[in-house]
Design a protein around this ligand. Structure first.
Ligand code: HEC
Length: 179
């Protein structure tokens, strides 16, 4: 196939245009890639600096409270447990109120306290109350098991959950080893 001079010129102009466009495009993405990390870092440090409490309040909560268990003061848990007292006793042989007695609750089988009428949702739960389960449950009881009877908004602060879990751990004949 033979091209006329004009066709050749036109073709090379087109190719040149594509090359310029391409180089520009690649150049732009390189510059962007270069710029991204510092601005992302800035955004992140601004976030952590501004709202440390907020990060601790992450709704999933998993991990946060567990990390605090070793450092939190168990006496703080006595105070937090005041929020639970309208429905729970924690002492040995304590009676069931709106919720079950919580003596030995940390580590015991879920929904297993004698004489308490658990919801069918709770009766369907498997396993024992380990630290992670308690952390998740207490951060948002309603979301933990749909249809359960514990009408409590939840403890948004990881330090509150850690404190009350540590307190409950002590309310037992054989406290569950810390994670
Ligand atoms: C408004 C009443 C109410 C409040 C307040 C409340 N609970 Fe409960 N709690 C319940 C009920 C009711 C159940 C049983 C749920 C079911 O059967 O669906 C329960 C279940 C539990 C269980 C599981 C016990 C088991 O034997 O499986 C734990 C642990 C628990 N609550 C801890 C707490 C803690 C800690 C607090 C305070 C931070 C708290 N609850 C606040 C009513 C309450």
């Amino acid at each position: 196939m033979k091209f006329s001079t004009w066709e050749k010129v036109g073709g090379s102009v087109l190719i040149a245009a594509w090359l310029i466009y391409g180089v520009n495009f690649i150049g732009d993405s390189l510059v962007q890639a270069d710029e991204a990390p510092p601005s992302a870092k800035k955004a992140m440090s601004a976030k952590t600096a501004k709202a440390p409490a907020k990060t601790a309040q992450a709704p999933s909560g998993s991990g946060d409270a567990l990390a605090l268990l070793a450092s939190v003061n168990p006496d703080a848990g006595v105070k937090v447990f005041k929020k639970c007292k309208s429905c729970h006793t924690a002492g040995k042989g304590g009676k069931n109120k709106v919720g079950p007695n919580l003596w030995g609750a940390v580590g015991r089988k879920k929904a297993s306290h004698g004489g308490f009428k658990y919801s069918s949702t709770f009766k369907g739960l498997d396993g024992n109350w380990g630290y992670k389960d308690l952390d998740t449950f207490l951060s948002n009881p309603k979301a933990y098991a749909k249809g359960n009877k514990m009408t409590f908004a939840g403890l948004k602060k990881a330090s509150d959950r850690a404190a009350v879990i540590l307190y409950l751990r002590g309310q037992s004949d054989s406290p569950l080893p810390l994670p």
